[in-house]
Unconditional design. Structure first.
Length: 168
């Protein structure tokens, strides 16, 4: 006997060897994020850096994806705008959120101008769902509903139009 140095007893070799996946490239990481949902250029760069990608590598990967049409700040802005508007947020809130994603004023204005909805109608529908008593004329409920709509990013013109819809 030569000891238990691990030679040919067959125990260790019966377990299947696991292959480690190769580390994804910055381009693969960025594409993986974009296949889940739209991202702004700034947001994508932040997420890549959080995953250990160097800033210059992240910029190069994002540049390739932008050139190929996978990443587009305009498309991201339109997507976020549609989602937030459908979720009951007004134009002020949405503009501010778009700015936090690193979009310039031109891109934000283009997205907002392209919105085909009616902000006053969105505010009205939100009131019907969340504050129906305000539409019945309860003064305190109307004040709370107005505050709610303003916090959600609707302008006074939208709030007034929503609150006075039946009174016109």
């Amino acid at each position: 006997m030569t000891g238990s140095g691990g030679g040919g007893d067959g125990v260790a070799s019966s377990a299947p060897k696991r292959r480690r996946r190769p580390e994804p490239t910055p381009l693969q990481r960025a594409l993986g994020l974009l296949t889940r949902r739209e991202h702004s250029r700034l947001e994508l760069a932040r997420k890549l850096q959080q995953r250990g990608v160097e800033p210059d590598q992240a910029d190069a990967a994002i540049g390739k994806l932008t050139a190929a049409g996978w990443q587009d700040d305009g498309r991201f802005a339109e997507s976020l705008l549609r989602n937030r508007a459908a979720g009951g947020y007004g134009p002020g809130y949405i503009r501010a959120e778009l700015a936090t994603h690193g979009l310039g004023s031109e891109a934000i204005a283009a997205a907002m101008d392209g919105f085909e909805g009616d902000w006053a109608e969105n505010a009205r529908e939100l009131l019907q769902r969340r504050h129906p008593q305000a539409l019945a004329g309860d003064r305190e409920a109307r004040r709370k509903a107005m505050d709610f709509l303003l916090r959600r990013g609707f302008g006074m013109e939208h709030v007034r139009a929503a609150m006075n819809h039946d009174q016109a």
